[in-house]
Design a binder for this molecule. Structure first.
Ligand code: GLN
Length: 483
């Protein structure tokens, strides 16, 4: 059953082959059986899930079904969930019970889905391996000695291992696509502004975007339809109409011209290049025209990102002061000691590193040299994408430079860790939508194909992804360590 797609499970529920209660119990049992090995959940919301499943079953009996009625879902612990612990992977919020639901959570509730738990993640979404979580690292279901990627590592691992049929994630520099690539599933980061950020704990507000994980492009399309749309509580959310993504991804013609940035292939690992070339051949067999393009400034993406994201995080994270909510230090003499001690105790090393870098980059003497320069590179990257999209419909490349690496391998080398995002950050800097879908294996570990579209071209991306999945079966491969 855990091998079924979301769309298949939805059919089973609608045709009463299985009840929502049975399905919810099935996934809760799998979590109990396997999550000791993976550590993909921080909180399991069993009681509440079963209550909601019962309600869903009575709705189904009355013939009232919404888009996701009765479907279990795992939520990244970055989304505020009313009455339920919302930790963001940090000691700072380890006891925080949110008084309200994030818009994404609200929308999933409205569509009748059942939250089964909150997933593990890098602290405040800062990381590429899920090793910065206060709640311990997550293991990759393909090889338990390897990382699942990050920051949405818990969500990715739980879907890959069949502990949930789908999950949410957030992507500031690659945190949906890179873990999707490393765990062999699909991960979609929508256009900036497509999905409301309200109630999604902020890391770098001009880059953060909510998105989803599932097994297939069609599943992602269905989920995207549920969470997209304008929200008066997020002024950066778009008023653009929300199409029926599932319908569009099933019916759109195949995008004809696809660009491959030559910069993405330079210095690419040979094993990854081989798998990517095979994916290209597959696309050519599907009658796509593949052309070389150049995104010259993309090589500066990680450097620009590592200035812009920390700068914004240093501002966003100033709200954790030990006064209003979150961790508060004991035995303090005065207010400044309260700030200092609460923040020193509440934040982990990576978060502190980002705050320091960000504060430095924004300080009077260095603003022009770092922050302004990074913003200029950001504009350059955006305009190069614009130029490229005048000539091609979509852009593709590998999602990550390599397969999952060993736990601990990059923890003492932040630069090596940051380079995990070399192919993903540019799209965040430009606000573009992109998906990662499985394209093959290297040393028995999965690799993702990234498909990038122009702003609000999610349907085109999903359509190509769906058609690729019609002629390949990489998305059907199951991880070896969790059966
Ligand atoms: N790995 C990147 C970072 O550490 C991206 C994180 C993200 O997308 N949330 O900043």
């Amino acid at each position: 059953m855990h091998e079924k797609t979301l769309i298949e499970l939805r059919e089973d529920i609608r045709s009463k082959k299985i009840s929502s209660t049975e399905l919810t119990k099935f996934y809760l049992d799998r979590i109990k059986k396997y999550d000791d090995k993976l550590n993909s959940f921080i909180t399991i919301t069993e009681e509440r899930a079963l209550e909601r499943a019962k309600i869903a079953d009575s709705e189904i009996a009355k013939g009232k079904v919404k888009k996701l009625t009765g479907i279990p879902i795992a939520q990244k612990d970055i989304f505020c969930t009313k009455g339920i612990k919302t930790t963001c992977g940090s000691k700072m919020l380890s006891n925080f019970i949110s008084p309200y639901d994030a818009t994404v959570i609200e929308k999933f509730n409205e569509e009748g889905s059942i939250m089964i738990g909150k997933t593990n993640m890098d602290e405040f979404a800062m990381g590429s391996s899920n090793e910065t979580s206060y709640f311990g690292n997550v293991h990759n279901p393909w090889n338990l000695e390897c990382v699942p990627g990050g920051s949405s590592g818990g969500s990715a691992a739980s879907v890959a291992a069949g502990l949930a049929p789908c999950a949410t994630g957030t992507d500031t520099g690659g945190s949906i696509r890179q873990p999707a690539s490393l765990t062999g599933i699909c991960g979609l980061k929508p256009t900036y502004g497509r999905v409301s950020r309200y109630g999604m704990i902020a890391f770098a507000s001009s880059l953060d975007q909510a998105g989803i994980f599932a097994k297939t492009a069609e599943d992602c399309a269905l989920l995207l339809s549920c969470i997209s749309g304008y929200d008066s509580k997020d002024s950066t959310s778009s008023k653009k109409d929300v199409p029926d993504y599932l319908e569009e991804c099933r019916n759109l013609n195949l995008p004809k011209k696809i660009g491959v940035p030559i910069e993405f292939l330079k210095d690419l690992d040979k094993g990854v290049a081989k798998v990517f070339q095979e994916a290209l051949r597959e696309l050519e067999n599907m009658n796509c025209e593949i052309v070389d393009i150049s995104l010259k400034s993309s090589k500066l993406g990680v450097s620009a990102y590592q200035v812009v994201a920390p700068a914004e995080c240093s501002s966003n994270l100033s709200r954790y002061d030990g006064v209003r909510f979150g961790h508060r230090a004991n035995n303090i003499k005065d207010i400044s000691e309260l700030y200092k001690k609460s923040r020193s105790e509440g934040f982990g090393n990576e978060v502190k590193r980002r705050i320091l870098v960000g504060t430095y980059a924004l300080s009077a003497g260095y603003y022009d040299a770092y922050y302004l320069k990074a913003q200029k590179i950001r504009s350059l990257i955006s305009s190069e994408f614009n130029t490229a999209f005048n000539n091609v419909d979509l852009i593709i490349g590998p999602t990550a430079p390599d397969v999952a690496f060993k736990i601990g391998e990059k923890m003492n080398d932040p630069i090596a860790m940051y380079l995990s995002d070399v192919y993903t950050v540019s799209t965040n800097l430009a606000g573009l939508p992109a998906i990662s879908i499985p394209m093959g294996l290297k040393n028995d570990l999965p690799l993702g194909l990234q498909i990038i579209g122009n702003h609000f071209q999610e349907s085109q991306i999903l359509s190509l992804a769906r058609q690729f999945q019609e002629v390949t079966d990489w998305h059907k491969k199951q991880p070896s360590e969790i059966k």
